[in-house]
Design a protein around this ligand. Structure first.
Ligand SMILES: O=C(O)c1ccc[n+]([C@@H]2O[C@H](COP(=O)([O-])O)[C@@H](O)[C@H]2O)c1
Ligand SMILES: Cc1cc2nc[nH]c2cc1C
Length: 353
């Protein structure tokens, strides 16, 4: 049995129902009309049960941005050139990207991992070089990844979760990869058995004509790989995915196996969550969905996962930025849960009902 197969077969950790009940009971005792903190109550209960704790705590957030390039960029599927992926890796490390700014404010640990940019980057302080290849292959011509590459990418995500697991109270995976909305759209349309028209969108900013071309490219790829795409989720991932998408799926599965709550970001991150869920269904018990991105397919994928995103801000940046923006809400939900007085403590009547 190799490393990968052993990891894959490890079960997903069961969520602690006792702490869910305890947290629900506490919410009923806090000095507020029951339910008046709305979704913040559900969030606190969810985090308390995922952390199996009476005092849910999100001081230590681990954010990892996975960056990679996509062979399908040869078909002209993005408003931006491929070189932006590598340039943004430098920007993450220099502190100038949105996620760099947000992570600093949250006092989160920020990792940047190069899983496969076309450009072989110089050694950059703050960037982990785990480059599998110079981008994936163009999935209009062949499978995006070999089986071995796909496994390697999943395990990069696994290893990143383990790298700071003792300190991690919440994990966020972000991505950077010009062209990756094409890969994510193709993956989701296969995994959800829907037409790519229902999912395809502008990504970084294609016009209507560009979106139509992107749709045609995706259709061509789906026709080319019909036999492969009829197989399991791992084969679908290998055929149409990206290194960063596979790494995120590997990280999500590992969090769910080890019992670490995950805050999911935008469209591409949610497609990685869908892949993880297709591999081991109960992993989604560990997921919290931060926001609904402006990319039209996101709503569809969230719906398929029965997910209720916390925010809808028309963001469509990726990098884990939407998830980072939602962290203060989660923290405030925990603060209220832990810090508010009970009716008994404050000597206030609970009312008749
Ligand atoms: O997170 C999202 O919902 C999202 C929606 C659209 C685009 N993006 C980001 O934009 C890049 C992919 O867009 P594109 O048009 O090059 O496929 C990639 O780096 C993503 O992080 C991200
Ligand atoms: C500038 C830029 C920054 C990004 N961050 C995530 N995806 C991105 C795409 C572009 C184009």
């Amino acid at each position: 049995m190799n490393n990968f197969a052993e990891w894959l077969k490890q079960p997903i950790k069961a969520v602690d129902k006792t702490h869910e009940q305890k947290a629900l009971a506490r919410q009923q005792q806090l000095t507020k009309p029951p339910g008046s903190l709305g979704q913040l109550e559900n969030l606190a209960v969810k985090i308390a049960s995922l952390q199996a704790s009476e005092i849910p705590d999100l001081t230590h957030v681990h954010i990892t941005v996975y960056a990679a390039d996509h062979g399908v960029m040869a078909e002209g599927v993005s408003a931006f050139p491929q070189s932006v992926t590598a340039a943004m890796v430098r920007n993450f490390a220099n502190g100038g990207a949105a996620i760099s700014v947000l992570a600093q404010e949250l006092m989160a640990k920020l990792d940047v991992i190069n899983v496969g940019t076309v450009e072989a980057l110089e050694e950059i302080l703050g960037v982990l070089d785990k480059r599998i290849d110079a981008g994936t292959a163009n999935f209009c011509q062949s499978s995006a990844m070999t089986e071995q590459q796909c496994q390697q990418a999943l395990l990069i995500g696994r290893d990143n979760v383990f790298s700071d697991i003792e300190n991690t109270q919440l994990y966020i995976a972000g991505e950077m990869g010009i062209g990756n909305t094409t890969a994510a759209t193709a993956l989701a349309s296969v995994l959800l058995a829907c037409d790519p028209t229902d999912l395809v969108g502008p990504g970084t900013g294609l016009d209507q004509q560009g979106v139509q071309h992107k749709l045609n490219v995706i259709r061509r790829a789906l026709e080319q790989h019909t036999t492969q795409l009829d197989k399991d989720a791992l084969t679908v991932l290998q055929t149409l995915g990206g290194f960063e998408i596979a790494a995120m799926a590997g990280a999500y599965l590992t969090c769910a196996k080890q019992g670490i709550p995950v805050l999911i970001d935008g469209f591409i991150s949610t497609v990685a969550a869908l892949i993880a869920e297709k591999i081991q269904a109960s992993c989604k018990d560990w997921f919290i969905y931060s926001h609904q991105s402006a990319e039209p397919g996101h709503q569809v994928v969230l719906g398929a996962l029965n997910a209720e995103p916390l925010l809808k801000l028309d963001m469509r940046l990726g990098e884990g930025s939407g998830a980072a923006v939602a962290v203060p809400l989660l923290r405030q939900a925990c603060l209220l849960h832990n810090g508010m007085a009970t009716f008994e403590q404050a000597n206030i009547s609970k009312g008749d009902k």
